[in-house]
Ligand binder design. Structure first.
Ligand SMILES: NC(=O)c1ccc[n+]([C@@H]2O[C@H](COP(=O)([O-])OP(=O)(O)OC[C@H]3O[C@@H](n4cnc5c(N)ncnc54)[C@H](OP(=O)(O)O)[C@@H]3O)[C@@H](O)[C@H]2O)c1
Length: 256
């Protein structure tokens, strides 16, 4: 994710290569990053990190404590620290770094293509100017939305953070159904992917509500209705909702 953001910052001219500092602990990975020629590469205890306008933290949550020990002495006066670590509360990051200028963001994997959805929150004391800058930076990977309440990030994690996996799951089972009806993988994939793409654009660009879009395809006694009656009998819709609420609960648990 760190590299995805670094590339997005360059693409949208948020920063030049010369002013982008990538921080990496492993020597082997540092060499790989240098070859990619995305920016300067340094180690976590380099005091130069403190000179940055925005510091972006993209390590796994379980690696943060180790990183925080190295960053704490150099980040005391940093004006804007953005964390994308899932489930890591602003108060915990602020305490570990002894700095309260923290923005917590939750992106999702389509960020890689500039089609991500990111929500972000602060502890309410971040200066407006820093917040505006952060929104600009996060927007390089897609859409971004400021949340007044940090706790809503658990629901965001369940909805848009994990959301791509739910979509892949549905697509996967549709492709499998195509294979059971005799199509090879590539043909079934083509039917399903193009269908999902077209259907998404009907939702996004049309003006009909979802129920009406469903009704337009599902005529009485027809094929779509036959499929939907099996889904309804198995309470697929209700179970999708339950699954997402469970993901929200898990996010709450993990951030404790
Ligand atoms: N992937 C997603 O879709 C997604 C969505 C939302 C949020 N997030 C969040 O984004 C963060 C990054 O996820 P990811 O999938 O990009 O993880 P990742 O591929 O494991 O990347 C984390 C990077 O941090 C480096 N690192 C670990 N400890 C470090 C330290 N002390 N100093 C410097 N670098 C260190 C790792 O280096 P080594 O490999 O050498 O250990 C690795 O390159 C996570 O907190 C995750 O919760 C991810």
């Amino acid at each position: 994710m760190g590299l995805i953001y670094a590339r997005a910052f360059l693409k949208y001219n948020i920063v030049t290569k010369e002013n982008l500092l990538l921080v990496e602990k492993s020597e082997a990975r540092k060499q790989e990053l240098l070859k990619l020629n995305v920016g300067e590469v340094t180690v976590p205890n380099d005091t130069k990190i403190a000179e940055s306008d925005i510091i972006f933290i993209a390590v796994k949550p379980q690696d943060f404590d180790v990183l925080a020990v190295e960053l704490k002495p150099i980040l005391q006066s940093a004006k804007c620290i953005i964390s994308i670590m899932a489930g890591m509360k602003i108060s915990r990051i602020a305490a570990a770094l002894n700095n309260s200028n923290i923005i917590r963001a939750m992106p999702n994997s389509p960020a890689e293509l500039g089609m991500g959805m990111t929500a972000f929150a602060t502890n309410g004391i971040m200066a407006y100017e820093q917040l505006r800058k952060a929104e600009h930076v996060l927007g390089t990977t897609g859409r971004s939305l400021y949340l007044e309440n940090e706790e809503e990030l658990d629901a965001v994690t369940a909805l848009s953070g994990s959301g791509p996996a739910y979509f892949f799951y549905i697509v996967k089972h549709m492709i499998e159904a195509g294979k059971r009806m005799g199509f090879d993988e590539a043909t079934s994939s083509l039917f399903v992917k193009q269908t999902m793409l077209g259907a998404f654009h009907l939702i996004n660009n049309g003006n009909k509500p979802l129920d009406e879009l469903i009704k337009a395809v599902a005529s009485k006694g027809g094929t779509t209705e036959a499929a939907l009656s099996v889904f309804n009998e198995a309470q697929v819709g209700e179970n999708i909702q339950k699954g997402i609420l469970k993901a929200r609960d898990r996010s709450e648990e993990l951030s404790k």
